[in-house]
Design a protein around this ligand. Structure first.
Ligand code: BGC
Length: 782
């Protein structure tokens, strides 16, 4: 233990020295008897503030900066934890939290160093990218968002929190709520698609799920909304690239999900890598202080992304000392990995470039989070071996994950009701994604036992059982391009390249196809073809797999394309040639079972895409909520019109619009009614519609409501989602669904960035997707 006051920084104020001395005596006194009694931190917020004040008053500058320091500890193994460099730094009070450390055993060991061997015994916070589940893994976020089921989404986050907290983790770097309208960007897989309203609803559900009502419970964890802000608008879909956007677009289209998370009480925010309005987000005071703190009243703490501060050097913002000061002054509280704060801020304090008050404010926020997590009360709160043994990857959790995965699969095409198929007869399962466990959970599944995920082949075999027979062939490599294949199969998510020639692989596939009654083609992207640093310029299915698919189609047998993807793909050709397409994303640990559930009709698909699928990569960015332009097309058949806003080589419309997804049954929309027909400023308008299940299966439907503000003080999108309901209808059943609209729903940020609803005419649309809708009109009067 180091109580040596002489080691404290030279330029500390006398006050701090005195206070330090007083506290040191107190610490010594308590230490001699029974150690520091942190249970006093439990009391209430007033009490919390008092205690944090007293702690702050005795901390050395070095200790303060330590609280702002978040290294990754991915390389620590048990036993070594005590002797590592990280351990030494913890002892010296130079670390506030750690991430990438897994298991109660290791976390306990490291926490013990903090609360027993450091001078002030401040507990560490333990973070991890628990993105779509912990060990029990749910669909990648883009897939999960297609369920449009907020209750279920919340429950996935709650279960993830329960598992992670049982394993020592108390902070997750999730939800990622970056709106993206560019599927070239690999990280679309981690977000909730293109729509601000839906994105906001999902952000709230996730935060509620992770944090619950009471953060101090041992099964809830601190959430971190990311990446603030606009990361999904990287130019050309290239990761980490420049973003340039008008403030009107920021406020109306890209900010809402972050703000929704703040309004839901998220405890932390992560700054993004990109620049915002010419200044990297990590050093952008307007973004991190004016918007986040002053306009949105965010009171939690702000962490950078991985080396976000250091990266400002390459952005051209100055040397490490300059960018570290810039970040702190802009509003950053915690420095992830880069150690810019611990290594330079003392110098900046001495030179008057940052103030102690600023540093204190950041330390306070981090201590508050630790307090709210209950760590001062019990630093081992999340380290219960029994929970670790009994609450993770349980059969119940896995059963839920199977259900969630099936609810997140989108039926893109189903010609002549090819699906669902029978379990009887011979089923050929073919494709490079058919027999891989490691690729099922998808990107950012760091805690998942990849080998325990259920492959398509295993899932189908088990669900078919003795009813039929299942044959398998790989059919092709992931890609003809070995280098590309390697880049898409990293981090243990291998699909070993087959030593056989392309011809041999194909021959084997065609042999088994010839014996089959139906062919299931499991093809598409491998898990790491999307996610961080996995941008693509060509978002089609790789050619080797296209060739395989075409050869299978030529057999004349019915072919079902079970499509794996972490982003919208260009499927124009497949949509013409393949009779049935089921988009399964990466469904998590239970993917294979869930696919079988949908293929054989145990589950009727009901998911709807939350990001537009383009016809061609050249249409990107493409999204339903676009503006009209001064020269919109005059026809909806996709006919070219000279001197209108269109292409000479492609139609304007996407292949599959936002909100699209089929079911094994059909739904008929009727009787769109508005009551009253004028909406008063403080009134409510009820929009109702009847929906009938006219097909042969019970099913679920996502009923979507859109509006269009016909005349505005700024140009307005042609459609905006303002409500949705997921309903269940038995076959033959009819239900009336109603939505309530108020002036609040019609508000937008005007040219002065005031949030207003402007009187005038609005169109309202209700339907099964953003294109197929019933339509009516009303007026907002003031
Ligand atoms: C990613 C973040 C992630 C962080 C920590 C970064 O590279 O951009 O999303 O939370 O690493 O793992």
């Amino acid at each position: 233990m180091n109580y040596n006051i002489m080691k404290t920084p030279m330029l500390k104020t006398k006050l701090i020295l005195l206070a330090t001395f007083a506290f040191t005596l107190m610490v010594n006194a308590q230490e001699k008897s029974h150690g520091i009694d942190y249970s006093a931190f439990k009391a209430n917020k007033v009490e919390m503030n008092k205690k944090i004040d007293s702690l702050l008053s005795v901390m050395t500058l070095e200790e303060k900066l330590g609280q702002l320091n978040l290294p990754s500890s991915g390389d620590i193994t048990t036993g070594q934890a005590k002797s590592s460099d990280v351990a030494q730094k913890i002892k010296e009070g130079k670390i506030g939290g750690l991430f990438n450390i897994k298991t109660v055993e290791k976390i306990k060991e490291v926490q013990r160093i903090a609360v027993e061997d450091s001078r002030l015994k401040i507990p560490l916070i333990f973070g991890m990218d628990v993105i779509h589940g912990y060990e029990t893994t749910f669909p990648i976020p883009l897939g999960l968002s297609t369920s449009w089921d907020m209750e279920m989404i919340e429950k996935t986050a709650k279960m993830a929190a329960k598992e992670a907290s049982a394993d020592g983790i108390n902070w997750t770097f999730s939800p990622m709520v970056d709106i993206s309208r560019d599927p070239r960007w690999g990280r679309v897989s981690e977000g909730n698609g293109e729509d601000p309203y839906l994105g906001g609803e999902i952000a709230k559900a996730m935060v509620r799920g992770y944090q619950g009502e009471d953060l101090s419970k041992n099964n809830t964890i601190l959430s971190c909304v990311k990446h603030f802000a606009l990361y999904g608008a990287s130019e050309a879909g290239r990761d980490y690239n420049t973003v340039d956007m008008s403030r009107i677009q920021m406020y109306n289209d890209y900010f809402p999900p972050y703000k929704a998370a703040i309004d839901a009480g998220v405890g932390s925010v992560m700054a993004s890598f990109n620049e915002v309005d010419g200044i990297p987000a990590t050093g952008n005071k307007w973004l991190l202080t004016d918007v986040l703190r002053n306009q949105w009243n965010f009171s939690g703490f702000l962490v950078t992304d991985y080396t976000g501060i250091n990266e400002m050097i390459a952005h051209g913002m100055g040397d490490l000392q300059t960018v570290s000061a810039l970040a702190l002054n802009a509003g950053v509280d915690m420095d992830m990995v880069g150690e810019g704060f611990v290594s330079t801020l003392e110098k900046s304090v001495n030179e008057g470039k940052v103030s102690i008050e600023k540093i204190d404010a950041s330390v306070r926020r981090i201590l508050e989070a630790k307090y709210e997590l209950g760590l001062f009360e019990d630093p081992y709160k999340y380290c219960d071996e029994n929970r670790a043994k009994s609450e993770i990857f349980t059969p119940e959790n896995r059963a839920f994950a199977r259900k969630v995965a099936a609810e997140s699969m989108v039926l893109l095409k189903n010609e002549n009701n090819l699906l669902p198929i029978k379990k009887t007869g011979v089923i050929a399962v073919i494709g490079p994604l058919a027999n891989t466990n490691e690729n099922m959970a998808g990107t950012w599944s760091v805690a998942t036992p990849q080998d325990k995920s259920i492959s398509v082949l295993k899932g189908i075999k088990e669900v078919v059982g003795s009813a039929g027979s299942v044959l398998y062939a790989k059919g092709s490599n992931l890609s003809y391009d070995k280098d590309f294949e390697e880049r898409g199969t990293m981090f243990g998510k291998e699909i070993p390249r087959d030593g056989r020639s392309d011809e041999e692989l194909l021959k084997e596939a065609l042999d088994i196809a010839s014996k089959a009654d139906v062919i299931i083609a499991a093809i598409g992207e491998a898990a790491e073809m999307s996610g961080e640093s996995s941008s693509r310029t060509n978002i089609s299915i790789p050619q080797s797999q296209k060739d395989l698919l075409n050869a299978l189609l030529k057999t004349g047998k019915p072919v079902v394309l079970v499509l794996f993807n972490g982003r919208p793909l260009v499927l124009t050709q497949e949509n013409e040639t393949v009779p049935a397409i089921l988009d399964v994303w990466f469904g998590g640990t239970e993917t294979g079972y869930a696919i079988a559930d949908v293929l054989f009709g145990n589950v009727n698909p009901s998911a709807k895409i939350t990001a537009t699928f383009p016809r061609s990569v050249g249409q990107i960015p493409i999204y339903y909520s676009h503006k009209n332009t001064g020269r919109p097309l005059g026809n909806s058949e996709g006919k070219f019109e000279k001197f209108r806003s269109n292409y000479i080589d492609e139609r304007n419309e996407p292949l599959f619009p936002f909100g699209y997804g089929l079911s094994y049954t059909n739904f008929k929309y009727d009787n769109l009614k508005l009551s009253p027909e004028q909406l008063e400023e403080n009134g409510t308008l009820e929009v109702s519609v009847t929906i009938q299940n006219t097909g042969n299966y019970d099913g679920k439907e996502v009923v979507q409501l859109y509006i269009r503000d016909l005349v505005g003080s700024i140009t307005r999108p042609v459609k905006q989602l303002k409500g949705f309901q997921k309903i269940q209808l038995k076959k033959g059943e009819t239900k009336t669904v109603s939505f309530k609209l108020t002036a609040e729903d019609l508000k937008f940020y005007n040219y002065d960035l005031d949030f207003v609803a402007e009187p005038g005419e609005f169109e309202v649309f209700v339907g099964t997707n953003s294109e197929e809708t019933l339509k009516s009109k009303f007026e907002l009067v003031k």
